[in-house]
Design a protein around this ligand. Structure first.
Ligand code: HAM
Length: 433
């Protein structure tokens, strides 16, 4: 096949007809669950000042170091396509004085995010997230509720084999001391670490804990664990989160090596995974992260606000769509018409236009193919759409002020007055229910 001159940019995709139903189903489930928990929707710009992410997401994160799509406007501003929602939501919270609303403020957003990644299965440069934030409270019950919300959305969508992993990564009381311990542990073994981790040792030693390289994992498995070095406040907060999760009987696993890749997290860090089906027998089971999140008690102050505690998380929509498809689940089907309106001749076409509007006003969906003039082609279309009834408006009927109702199952035809047709179809459709 000839290569087209223009294709979607690397790692970016069109969401075609067959996938729209899956997106719709996921967004419907998100909305139902989030409305129940009292969340409000917020939309923020897709572009924000680059400095917001440098400060918020953090200079040591992979996102800021390698993954931002940044541009300079004609006016000289440095803007970045959002690589995540959280800093933009916090900016909006501060800019619109949401501190004066009853706290916590519960916000959710959906939409595209952009990361300059190496594209591969389940990893794109443009993808969609559901993002959830609870800003203005530090109660551990809210950390548990955040996890529960995502778990409920995924369960509602019948996504099975969910694994919730949770950890506490402390705060600036206990983390600096733990970092020192960790650095001295890894320094004595740095020759055996991968090149990336040798760099992390200087910039962000905690990230070594979740390196996927086997040789690093071997060293990590003997490393001191933060959970043994939490300060009293972080320890009791974490205990609180786990107790609330136990109360709701939500299954979780403690993962002392879960550290997350964004700089703002404090205390709770969590991810929700599912097992990816094996392509071939014997292949090891793969876990794919569907949701990631945690607490970020320092971010609002860092971005210029008063000290305000918060927790949140985000779910990758494309990853959920891909699981649904692999399990042959169905998306939302777009509403289909049970009536097809066929016309023949100019006068009939004109009357059909008006009739279509009459049906729209009473919310009866009617399909048509006004561009086609041949009756045969129109009837073929009606068959293809599996219409229950076809209404035929020919030249004779147009002159007589009548219309033919054809029952597509039985082939039976009946002629009635045009002005009665809407009422008649309402009656017939009602009796079918
Ligand atoms: P994150 O872990 O970077 O967290 O992303 C959340 C989810 O987005 C991941 O679990 C994954 O499902 C999906 N995701 C991430 N990168 C890609 C990609 N390249 N292609 C497809 N899907 C991807 C955040 O974004 C934080 N802002 C979450 C948060 C909100 N924390 C507190 N509040």
């Amino acid at each position: 096949m000839k290569k087209l001159k223009f294709q979607a940019p690397t790692g970016m995709h069109d969401i075609l007809l067959e996938d729209q139903g899956y997106f719709q189903k996921i967004y419907n489930a998100c909305e139902t669950v989030l409305n129940f928990y009292g969340f409000q929707k917020i939309d923020t710009p897709i572009l924000e000042n680059t400095a917001l992410y440098e400060k918020g997401t953090g200079l040591t994160s992979d996102i800021v170091q390698k993954q931002m799509f940044t541009l300079r406007t004609k006016g000289g501003d440095h803007l970045t396509l959002r690589p995540e929602f959280t800093p933009g939501i916090v900016r909006a919270y501060l800019e619109h004085g949401m501190q004066s609303l009853p706290q916590p403020v519960k916000l959710y957003s959906t939409g595209p995010v952009f990361r300059y990644e190496h594209p591969q299965a389940g990893r794109f440069r443009q993808f969609n997230q559901l993002n959830v934030e609870i800003i203005g409270d530090d109660n551990p019950v809210l950390d548990a509720q955040t996890i529960q919300i995502f778990y409920n959305i995924l369960s509602e969508l019948k996504i099975k084999n969910l694994i919730v992993e949770i950890n506490s990564i402390g705060d600036n009381q206990c983390r600096p001391y733990y970092k020192k311990l960790l650095v001295s542990y890894f320094k004595s073994r740095d020759a055996s670490l991968c090149a990336d981790c040798r760099r992390r040792l200087k910039e962000n030693p905690l990230r070594i804990l979740d390196c996927e390289e086997e040789k690093c994992q071997r060293i990590v498995s003997q490393a001191p664990q933060l959970i043994d070095h939490l300060c009293e406040e972080c320890h009791s907060h974490f205990k609180g989160v786990l107790e609330f999760l136990d109360e709701t009987e939500l299954p979780y696993r403690l993962n002392p090596y879960l550290v997350r890749g964004l700089d703002y997290y404090t205390k709770t860090a969590f991810e929700i995974f599912t097992e990816v089906p094996k392509k071939t027998e014997g292949e090891p089971l793969l876990k794919r992260a569907l949701v990631g999140g945690g607490r970020y008690d320092g971010l609002i102050k860092l971005l210029g606000g008063e000290e305000t505690k918060a927790v949140g998380g985000a779910m990758g929509i494309e990853r959920v769509v891909s699981i649904m498809k692999s399990k042959e689940m169905k998306g939302v089907k777009s509403a289909t018409a049970t009536i097809f309106l066929a016309q023949l001749g100019t006068m009939a076409k004109r009357k059909s236009l008006k009739l279509l509007e009459d049906f729209r006003k009473v919310k009866i969906q009617v399909a048509e193919s006004f561009g086609k003039d041949s009756l045969k082609a129109q009837l073929r279309m009606a068959d293809k759409l599996e219409a229950r009834y076809t209404l035929l408006l020919g030249q004779k009927e147009s002159l007589d002020g009548t219309i033919i109702i054809r029952d597509m199952k039985t082939g039976k035809q009946e002629t009635i007055r045009l002005e009665r047709i809407v009422k008649e179809m309402q009656r017939r459709l009602k009796s079918k229910r």
